[in-house]
Design a protein around this ligand. Structure first.
Ligand code: NAG
Ligand code: NAG
Length: 224
């Protein structure tokens, strides 16, 4: 009887450990009854393993410097499941970030599905993240030099600014095959269609003109 009770309790523990839903692997995955409209299965379909080739596991060229000729003067080169199909279901990805001298910025953003570990490879980066409301939105920052590694915890707002005189380069690992990115300014002021001005004037405690300026500044930003 005692053994039976122990086995019963064990089975409860085991079944409850299967009670979690898997983490989402993309922004949205709306159910469809129509198979011809189906695209993803919380991630991607899997290739027949017997048909995989070495190139499915390879991405070349992360050593190549990218142009930083844009508004923020930085460029992120992602190597996630869309660029490297072999990453599917493996929960990891990588990025190279190039920053122009004197102020190239990877602006405040979050990854909705990942923690990020960043390594400064070249140059001098002022990096930081902001803790959540519960922890008083405390800002945690550091200056990184080559060889320094820093972590941006899961889903926290974070940024990197090149404070050096030379171009800077960083390599990041992210704990998702598809970390996603939400650039705060672009999402809030450049949404498509725009967020009602009354929402943003109250949220940011400024008048309409400030919001209109910001919305026109970001309305032409690329949505990707
Ligand atoms: C892959 O190859 C193995 C060994 O040859 C075979 O047993 C298996 O059925 C194949 N799988 C598929 C999905 O074709
Ligand atoms: C949008 O266009 C304006 C005017 O051409 C430009 O000054 C601004 O930098 C652009 N903003 C973005 C985010 O692309």
């Amino acid at each position: 009887m005692k053994l039976f009770v122990i086995l019963y309790l064990c089975s409860l523990v085991i079944s409850s450990s299967f009670a979690f839903d898997p983490s989402p692997l993309q922004d949205i995955c709306v159910a469809t009854a129509e198979p011809k409209n189906a695209v993803f299965v919380n991630g991607k379909f899997c290739k027949n393993p017997n048909l995989t080739v070495a190139d499915d596991f390879l991405f070349r060229g992360i050593n190549i410097p990218r142009s930083t000729n844009n508004n923020v003067r930085s460029t992120v080169t992602m190597v996630a499941v869309d660029q490297l199909p072999g990453l599917n279901t493996l929960g990891i990805s990588l990025a190279r970030i190039d920053y122009a001298p004197y102020g190239g910025l990877n602006p405040p953003h979050i990854h909705p599905r990942a923690t990020e570990v960043i390594m400064c490879v070249q140059g001098e980066l002022y990096v930081g993240f902001v803790l959540s409301n519960q922890l008083g939105n405390r800002l945690i920052t550091k200056v990184l030099k080559p060889g320094d590694v820093f972590v941006f915890p899961f889903a926290m707002i974070h940024f990197q600014l090149n404070i050096g005189k030379t171009a800077a380069v960083a390599i990041s690992s992210l704990s998702s095959q598809n970390p996603g990115v939400i650039t705060i300014a672009n999402a809030v002021f450049g949404s498509n269609p725009p967020i009602n001005v009354d929402v943003l004037t109250k949220a940011f405690q400024v008048d309409k003109k400030v919001i209109n300026d910001l919305q026109s500044q970001f309305s032409n930003a690329t949505h990707n």
